[in-house]
Design a protein around this ligand. Structure first.
Ligand SMILES: *[C@@H]1O[C@H](CO)[C@@H](O)[C@H](O)[C@H]1NC(C)=O
Ligand SMILES: *[C@@H]1O[C@H](CO)[C@@H](O)[C@H](O)[C@H]1NC(C)=O
Ligand SMILES: *[C@@H]1O[C@H](CO)[C@@H](O)[C@H](O)[C@H]1NC(C)=O
Ligand SMILES: *[C@@H]1O[C@H](CO)[C@@H](O)[C@H](O)[C@H]1NC(C)=O
Ligand SMILES: *[C@@H]1O[C@H](CO)[C@@H](O)[C@H](O)[C@H]1NC(C)=O
Ligand SMILES: *[C@@H]1O[C@H](CO)[C@@H](O)[C@H](O)[C@H]1NC(C)=O
Length: 311
């Protein structure tokens, strides 16, 4: 006697479901396209380009900007993603992109964009992933007022540009959510900020190779308990490997080749970094013995200490 009652239920369920859909659709707010303000911010970005890689074909102001090439919107039609990597774009990055208040990810990697990196983007209160790597950006990173509240930025890739100047420490104090910073292959000068892991306890990747950084490796990096990749090769760094680094026990890659680092490699420090897969300290002025503890690093795959004064 179960069967008839089931089919009886289903006859009611189907029309009821249909009615619910009709109700939901008619109750939904009339936001069927992106706002004029968001559209105008994107158009301002477009007008800052002198080569737009053919974007104007789809970026027509009489159409919904959520349908434009490279643009993704949320369900309520707010722009969340601008993905324009490898589009042959030339020109500058408009600060007006910072007016897209729901923007989560901006990827302009592998273009030929020049000019500065607008502070509005680095200090945005919505962006979590910002990738402007492989462009021709110039100028420096701007200072932020120390009163700036914590920023949501998690991934910042500014590598392979022509950026100069020091890393202002104030900027990192507000980056409490930073997971990966790739600033390699630029022209940054000055010291590595001491502040990194006080501000960004969640830092996993810190890549600073191929710059002009000087001074020593800050002991504070030892406080980066999540740090797995630490790279700073091909700079002008001096001093010793700080003992405090032995506290960064998540480290898998420790790479500082071709600097002016010196001193003895501490056996206990190396021993506590049990997760190391890569040690590259070649081309420095380290002296003394190669620590025995290296033999106990079970995961070690790459071990480069050439061109030092080791015995
Ligand atoms: C939009 O961005 C520009 C450039 O950053 C800024 O001057 C302007 O105040 C912003 N407008 C709004 C409504 O946020
Ligand atoms: C940006 O886009 C490029 C090309 O699609 C991709 O390789 C890269 O991983 C993206 N960046 C991020 C941070 O996802
Ligand atoms: C930039 O760096 C981030 C973080 O390391 C990475 O996810 C992304 O793929 C990189 N982008 C490119 C184009 O390699
Ligand atoms: C940083 O970016 C460079 C390209 O500029 C890339 O080769 C490198 O793998 C990146 N490093 C990390 C740790 O993401
Ligand atoms: C390299 O570092 C040394 C010692 O810190 C400093 O005297 C020198 O000016 C630096 N050179 C460059 C090009 O930054
Ligand atoms: C490592 O961390 C512990 C606990 O936070 C601290 O007591 C110790 O002094 C640190 N060691 C070094 C070498 O910084």
């Amino acid at each position: 006697m179960q069967l008839p009652s089931h089919s009886h239920k289903n006859r009611f369920l189907i029309p009821f479901f249909g009615l619910t859909v009709v109700l939901l659709v008619s109750l939904a707010p009339p936001t069927s396209s992106c706002t004029e303000q968001e559209k105008s911010s994107l158009i301002k970005f477009l007008s800052g380009l002198w080569k737009d890689g053919g974007l104007t074909v789809s970026w027509r102001s009489d159409t919904d900007c959520c349908s434009w090439e490279g643009i993704t919107c949320s369900l309520n039609r707010a722009v969340t993603d601008v993905s324009l990597a490898s589009q042959g774009l030339e020109g500058s990055i408009s600060p007006f992109l910072g007016n897209l208040t729901s923007l989560l990810r901006l990827n302009l990697s592998r273009n030929s964009l020049s000019g500065g990196l607008p502070l509005e983007l680095v200090s945005s209160s919505s962006i979590i992933v910002l990738d402007v790597s492989f462009n021709r950006l110039t100028g420096g990173l701007h200072k932020l007022p120390s009163s700036t509240p914590a920023r949501p930025l998690q991934v910042l890739n500014i590598s392979s540009n022509l950026l100069t100047g020091p890393f202002p420490s104030t900027i990192w104090k507000t980056m409490n959510n930073l997971i990966a910073l790739n600033a390699s292959n630029n022209r940054f000068t000055g010291a590595i900020p001491t502040y990194f892991c006080n501000g960004s306890p969640s830092l996993v990747v810190l890549e600073l190779s191929f710059n002009k950084l000087s001074g020593s490796i800050p002991p504070g990096l030892g406080g980066c308990s999540m740090l797995t990749v630490l790279r700073g090769g091909y700079n002008n760094l001096s001093g010793t490997l700080p003992d405090e680094l032995s506290n960064a026990t998540s480290l898998e890659c420790l790479s500082f080749p071709n600097n002016y680092l010196q001193g003895v490699l501490d056996s206990a420090c190396i021993f506590s970094l049990r997760n190391l897969r890569t040690i590259d300290l070649g081309g420095n002025y380290f002296n003394g013995r190669i620590p025995d503890s290296v033999g106990q690093l079970k995961r070690l795959e790459k071990f480069q200490l050439g061109h030092n004064n080791l015995s």
